[in-house]
Design a protein around this ligand. Structure first.
Ligand SMILES: [Zn+2]
Length: 42
């Protein structure tokens, strides 16, 4: 049952800016939430 524990222990993807949870539907290379990405666009 170690395999199950391994998956459950995986860290949740969080925004590097505000620390909020990032929706897994986003591209894997994104490290910021959609809100922070929008605020950075000038
Ligand atoms: Zn954010």
């Amino acid at each position: 049952m170690l395999g199950l524990e391994f998956y459950r222990s995986l860290p949740a993807k969080v925004c590097v800016e505000c620390g909020c949870h990032i929706d897994e539907q986003h591209e894997s290379y994104l490290y910021e939430c959609e809100r922070c990405l929008n605020t950075r666009e000038e």
